[in-house]
Design a protein around this ligand. Structure first.
Ligand code: 5AD
Ligand code: SF4
Length: 447
C-alpha cells in the first residue's frame, strides 16, 4: 500500500514524520508524494495554536471523500491522526470524523506499522485504535537507527522531548508529556548513521534542549554542553545547531561551547515571548527582561558574532499598551537576525486560557502588525550588514533559476548562488553581493 504523511507544525513533528516514514518503508509500504495517490493517509498534527488544529478538521473532510471513493470500489483505505491534536483531542477527532481509523499521540508513533495492520483487520467501522501514552522512553527504544535509509544534507535529531516548565499559555506539557532525555550513546549512534548517509548539518531538537540530562557512556548524567562537545568529535559533521532554548536555562558552559566548538553555528533561537516583566511573570517564564538581556550579552561576549532569533506572543491576557511597548523596546535592544511572532491563542487545559482580561482580537492584530514590521526591518538590516562580507553556506536545495542553488549561512540566512561547480550538500564560502527580499545573493569565494 502507499502512504502519505501530511506534517503540521514544529520541527519535532517533522522529525517524528521522518521516523514514521523510515518505519513504514522498512515494513514494505511505499511513500507517495501526493495525497490523491495514497491509500494510507497520516496526519501528523500540531496543537500549539487554534488555527493549527482547525486545519486538521478541514483536511479530514477532504480525506473522507477519498476514503469513501476507495470503499465504493471495495479497496482498503486507512486514515490515521497522529501528533499533538491526537493527544489533546482524542475523542473529539473520532466524534467529528468517525471515518478516522486510528488516533496516535506523539509518544506512540513507533507503533504506526502495527496500527495500520490492526486498522486493516478490523471488521467494524466504529471501532477505533487509540494510542496515547505520555512516556517518550519507549518510543526512542523502538525507533531503530538502522531503519534510517534516506536523508537530505541537513537533518534534525531529537535529543529531548516534553516539557516540565508549564508556561501558562503552552499546551506542550499536555501533549508531549514530561521531560525525557535520550542517552548520549543513542544520539551519537544516530548522528553517525545520518553522516554515513550524507548528512552535513545536524540540528539537535528538544522542547527544552537546555534542560537535556541524558545518561552518558560513563554512566553519569550529561548536560547539553557536554553533548555538544561530544557531537563535535563525530567525524564528518560540518555544522551543528540546537533548538529550542529556554533563556532561564542558558548557562555559561553553553556560551563557552559557542566559543570553543568550531562547527557550532553562531546562531541561537532564544524565545523571549514578551518584553514586560509583568507579562513574563504571568507566563511563568521564570526570567526577567534584564536576565534575558544579560544572557544575550554573555553569549555575545564569548562569541562576538552571535546572532539571535526569537518567538514573541502578543495579546497575552492582561497585556497593556505599555507592556507591548516594552516588548518593542526589548526587540530594539537585541536586534534580532530573524524572529517569529504570534497572536496569543487560548489553549485547553492551560492556565492562561482561564485568566481574566483576555485581549480583543482587533488589538492583537494591531500589535502583531507593529511588531512584525519592526522584526522585518531588523532582519533586513541584519542581512544588509552581510553585504560585502563572506559567509559559510551549506547548499541544501535547487533554486528557481537554472544552475541556482539555495542554502543557509551560519547565521541561518537564506543565500542563493549560480555556480555550476557547486552541488547540493557542498559547504562553501560565499561573498555576499546583494539582498533580494529575504534572500542574499553572492558568489563562491573559495571551495
Ligand atoms: N498562543 C500563541 N503562541 C503560542 N506559542 C506557544 N503557545 C502559544 C499560544 N497559546 C508560541 C510561543 C512558542 C512558539 C513555538 O509558539 O512563542 O515559543
Ligand atoms: Fe511551551 Fe514553555 Fe515548554 Fe516551550 S518551554 S514548549 S513555551 S511550556
Amino acid at each position: 500500500m502507499r502512504f502519505y504523511i501530511k506534517n503540521y507544525g514544529c520541527q519535532m513533528n517533522l522529525y517524528d514524520s521522518t521516523r514514521m516514514t523510515d518505519a513504514l518503508t522498512t515494513a514494505g509500504y511505499t511513500e507517495s508524494k501526493k495525497k490523491d495517490d495514497a491509500n494510507i493517509l497520516i496526519f501528523n498534527t500540531c496543537s500549539i495554536r487554534e488555527k493549527a488544529d482547525e486545519k486538521l478538521f478541514s483536511d479530514l473532510g477532504r480525506a473522507k471523500s477519498l476514503k469513501f471513493k476507495a470503499k465504493d470500489k471495495g479497496e482498503d483505505f486507512v486514515i490515521i491522526v497522529c501528533g499533538c491534536v491526537a493527544q489533546a483531542k482524542t475523542t473529539e477527532i473520532t466524534n467529528r470524523a468517525p471515518y478516522v481509523d486510528a488516533v496516535i499521540g506523539p509518544q506512540e508513533i513507533h507503533k504506526i506499522v502495527s496500527a495500520i495492520k490492526t486498522a486493516l483487520n478490523k471488521n467494524d467501522e466504529d471501532e477505533y485504535i487509540f494510542m496515547n501514552a505520555m512516556e517518550a522512553k519507549e518510543k526512542f527504544e523502538n525507533l531503530q537507527s538502522n531503519q534510517i535509509t534516506k536523508r537530505s544534507c541537513s537533518e534534525f535529531l531529537t535529543i529531548q522531548e516534553g516539557c516540565d516548565n508549564f508556561c501558562t499559555y503552552c499546551v506542550v506539557p499536555y501533549t508531549r508529556g514530561r521531560e525525557f532525555s535520550r542517552d548520549v550513546a543513542d544520539i551519537i549512534e544516530e548522528a553517525k548513521r545520518l553522516i554515513s548517509l550524507g548528512v552535513k548539518e545536524i540540528t539537535l531538537l528538544g522542547q527544552n534542549v537546555n534542560s537535556y540530562r541524558g545518561e552518558g557512556p560513563d554512566g553519569k548524567i550529561w548536560s547539553l554542553s557536554k553533548l555538544l562537545y561530544a557531537m563535535a568529535e563525530v567525524e564528518g559533521l560540518a555544522r551543528l545547531r540546537y533548538v529550542t532554548s529556554n533563556p532561564k536555562d542558558v548557562t555559561k558552559d553553553i556560551a563557552e561551547a559557542h566559543r570553543d566548538i568550531k562547527i557550532l553555528a553562531p546562531f541561537l533561537h532564544l524565545p523571549v515571548q514578551s518584553g514586560s516583566d509583568k507579562i513574563l511573570k504571568k507566563m511563568n517564564r521564570k526570567y526577567s527582561v534584564n536576565e534575558y538581556l544579560d544572557c544575550i550579552e554573555m553569549l555575545r561576549e564569548y562569541r562576538h558574532d552571535m546572532a539571535f532569533s526569537s518567538d514573541f506572543i502578543v495579546g497575552f491576557p492582561g497585556e497593556t499598551d505599555k507592556d507591548f511597548e516594552d516588548t518593542l523596546k526589548l526587540a530594539e535592544k537585541v536586534k534580532y537576525a530573524q524572529a517569529y511572532s504570534f497572536k496569543y491563542s487560548p489553549r485547553n487545559k492551560t492556565a492562561a486560557a482561564k485568566m481574566d482580561n483576555q485581549i480583543l482580537e482587533k488589538i492583537k492584530e494591531e500589535r502583531l502588525k507593529i511588531l512584525q514590521n519592526l522584526l522585518n526591518d531588523q532582519q533586513n538590516k541584519f542581512n544588509e550588514n552581510t553585504i560585502g562580507k563572506t559567509v559559510s553556506v551549506l547548499f541544501t536545495k535547487k533554486g528557481k533559476f537554472k544552475n541556482q542553488l539555495v542554502g543557509r549561512s551560519e547565521y541561518s540566512q537564506a543565500v542563493s548562488i549560480c555556480d555550476k561547480a557547486i552541488h547540493i550538500g557542498d559547504m562553501a564560502n560565499v561573498k555576499i553581493t546583494e539582498l533580494k527580499s529575504h534572500s542574499l545573493l553572492g558568489s563562491i569565494e573559495e571551495k
